[in-house]
Design a protein around this ligand. Structure first.
Ligand code: ZN
Ligand code: ZN
Length: 357
């Protein structure tokens, strides 16, 4: 039987943390349950999920549809698209059967690349290898989530680059439906013997925007400026967590006068604080962003998502972030030094190193 290989190459960098990753996780599950009801897809689709942040890793091995379990997506620091592409090409070499004169191989693989940030590694070698040996025989759909990706670079990988407007109503549910429909339409056309270009389903208006008409949606370069992301470690459990602040860009309004005043002077509001596993470090590159955010630009102090301590944004003299219950002595879980913590008064702001999202 000729298989239809499908790869999801998913950016799991810090800026994806929170709702976006939960919805993607759910979304992959929803794609699978939809496809299982489709006799064409059920017969030929094989899926794999590769996650990448500062490094890339296969989180679900290439598996036939009925045996596929949607993975829990990890989180890491960095957006190493070059490493992700290299890993993908190695996986294609390892799993996809090519056609030879005496053997019919698998159908043309479809890859859904989902990313929301600029690459943090050197993509050129992987890009050259891709264009030389893979581009002509696979279908890659590059999806820029919220328009945050490097569209010029994605255009050098594939003709199919779309911007996913993730703030549209029911955006994720509709997006997931579009992915399922695209896979279904591709399974139909290969059953009919057409193994050409990927047959993407028609997207609902406003949800997916061709990159050419989305210029206004991509204002950021380098460190993703839409979010300020920090990596902390729980002082009690020694486990990492990610704290994400979102830039409000005038989009937030407050009826409370105190908050309204804060919004005028501060740039980022607390979005979420989520526990991550030690695998965070396996998927992160070692280089920091070298960028920092002034503490007074941040609104909101989360609790520690591991132990519930009141302050998850305490900063040690070593520059790292951890949780504390209140004022007084506390051992830093990163460097093991004991520090004495107090509350920063207005005007006492300091710089906090940020992740690369
Ligand atoms: Zn804690
Ligand atoms: Zn420390």
């Amino acid at each position: 039987m000729r298989r239809l290989p499908i790869f999801f190459l998913v950016d799991v960098s810090e800026s994806m943390v929170g709702e976006k990753l939960y919805k993607l996780e759910e979304g992959i599950g929803a794609v699978v349950s939809t496809l299982r009801k489709d006799p064409y897809a059920l017969e030929m689709a094989f899926l794999s999920v590769i996650a990448f942040a500062g490094k890339a890793k296969t989180v679900t091995q290439f598996t036939e549809l009925f045996a596929f379990h949607p993975p829990e997506l990890p989180v890491g620091g960095g957006t190493a698209l070059g490493a992700a592409l290299s890993h993908l090409m190695d996986e294609i070499d390892r799993t996809v059967v090519t056609t030879t004169p005496d053997r019919k191989g698998d159908w043309r693989p479809i890859i859904f690349l989902l990313t929301d940030g600029y690459p943090t590694d050197n993509v050129t070698p992987a890009l050259e290898r891709w264009n030389r040996s893979y581009r002509h025989r696979v279908g890659l759909v590059a999806i820029s989530i919220g328009g945050g990706a490097d569209h010029t670079l994605l255009k050098r990988l594939t003709d199919d680059v779309v911007v996913f407007n993730d703030s549209a109503q029911d955006a994720f549910a509709r997006f997931i439906r579009w992915i399922s429909m695209s896979i279904q339409s591709q399974s139909r056309s290969v059953s009919a013997g057409q193994d050409g270009k990927v047959n993407l389903a028609k997207a609902e208006p406003g949800l997916l925007v061709p990159v050419e008409s989305a210029a206004g949606l991509a204002p950021f370069a380098g460190v993703d400026d839409r979010y300020a992301v920090f990596v902390g470690k729980c002082a009690k459990k020694k486990l990492p967590y990610v704290v994400k602040y979102e830039r409000h860009m005038g989009r937030m309004e407050a009826s409370d006068p105190v908050l309204a005043n804060l919004l005028k002077t501060r740039r980022y509001a607390l979005d979420t604080a989520v526990p991550v596993k030690h695998s965070y470090f396996d998927l992160s590159d070692t280089v920091g962003s070298g960028q920092s955010v002034y503490s007074e630009d941040l609104i909101g102090q989360p609790n520690c998502p591991h132990c519930g301590a009141r302050f998850a944004m305490a900063v040690c003299g070593c520059g790292k972030i951890h949780c504390v219950e209140g004022e007084g002595e506390q051992t830093c879980p990163w460097c093991d030094k004991i520090g004495i913590y107090g509350t920063a008064e207005a005007g006492d702001g300091f710089d906090i190193g940020r992740g690369r999202g």
